[in-house]
Design a protein around this ligand. Sequence first.
Ligand code: ADP
Ligand code: MG
Length: 546
Amino acid sequence: MLNGQMPIFILKEGTSRDQGKNAQKNNIDAAKAIAEAVRTTLGPKGMDKMLVDSIGDIIISNDGATILKEMDVDHPTAKMIVEVAKSQDTAVGDGTTTSVVLAGEFLKQAEELLEQGVHPTVIANGYRLAVNQAKKELDAIAKDVKDDKSLEQVARTALSGKNIGLGGDMLYKLIVKAVNAVAEEKNHKFTVEPSSIKIDKKSGGSVNETELIMGLVIDKEKVHSKMPSVVNDAKIALIDSALEIKKTEIEAKVQISDPSKIQDFLDQEVDTFKEMVSKIKKSGANVVLCQKGIDDIAQHYLAKEGIYAVRRVKKSDMEKLAKATGAKLVTNLDDLSASYLGSAKKVEEKKIGDDRMTFVTGCSNPKAVSILIRGGTEHVVSEIERALNDAIRVVAITKEDGKILPGGGAVESELSLRIRSYAASVGGREQLAIDAFAKALEVIPRTLAENAGMDPINTLIQLKAEHEKKNINTGINFSDNKVSDMYAIGVFDPLKVKRHALESAVEVATMILRIDDVIASKKSAPSPGGQGGMGGMGGMGGMPPY
Ligand code: ADP
Ligand code: MG
């Protein structure tokens, strides 16, 4: 910005400007307000929020990212906090409330130091030292994922924070199976591509009917009732052009002068379709999945040949089908040959609820699986879909990283203790900030306890006592509202989720702390103006305060 020279602001009359302590206070208040808004949702005993939009549509959720996405936040600093939740959500799929609550608490603790006259730069430096140390401690506390049971418990902990009611209990096993099915191992390291798990949903039925399919599900039925309902040893042609004749072409050319000619043209049309189908048949295909339409006459001849055909398959499904079955997409039927065909043990039409869907199972590439979500209403299946998407990502990164931490506030309690002793070793002015950081971490167990209706002070004291006795995995056990070993009850959070939440919370807190000047035009320029204001502040973050 301005090559290090003093910026010259030429402000329009009527521009409001908030500087120094006042700006800081305002920003911190806004950030705290956002954290306050979501903190009651933290943990399995957290409450839900009902969000009502201007046309009266409601969303009920207790997922931090979802709530903040739906909230109409206006304050620029508050928006920065909302961004933290979004980035946490896109990066790891969980820990959004944690990151926001932590950011709010880091700022709250910083505020007390500011009042004591500690310079923001000192606080920011102290926080940075503290978070670097905290990451090392997290690595030291983390344990290896030993078996699928640990992964299931990670999935269960992640799902418990989502508002999906009773269905969650069977879903976590299914998630781990799906992730294991698509995981690829190389040199003892796993890589998991969450997008290889296709999620489909059909409302109707109960959540317990949600199933994992070792293959792909396509939300389409066969085009003709005379086609077989099951094809074993399927040889699959993926065609991305229409099996139709453009009617306009014929109409443009036909001049009806002689009634017998009409029949000729109709016959010609039939011949064209017959030829299309014979090309398909000759290739050896017994299943045709077409991205575009299939003409009635073509359907008839396909059925006659015993070929199973589906039309208007989504492009994204076509791509997944190609990957799963090894088929190559064909645009021109003349190109179709055996080498273009994909294979699957079975292609089958099944009735799901009121609809019929096509199941492609036993694919040549087994790393293609689908989860078909069932549930009472559209609203329920969508909610489960959101939760599953997040939980799959959480389990995927845990499978890749192989590291877990004790949940239920255990890791924050332990970190708090360790960072306090680290603070003493650093000394100097930063010590105060590092101590404040350690204190701020306690907001997680305190909030978890509060949300479960436990006495937060008592709980913190008990946790502290256990951790001082080196019981580093002691956290809050909600089944009896006491503190106990989280490994014993299987409450784990992935290392990566905790690490990311800490990092991003510190990053935004220090960024906000360094802002000492907020300049905005009173004359309300709509949204783009607001964006400009935020960009400007980001730039100022790089300047020395005061
Ligand atoms: P976030 O958006 O941060 O993931 P959640 O509402 O999902 O917020 O709450 C996550 C916190 O709840 C974590 O600290 C996690 O360890 C804790 N938690 C989840 N399930 C349990 C449980 N069964 N017992 C104790 N703590 C739990
Ligand atoms: Mg969660």
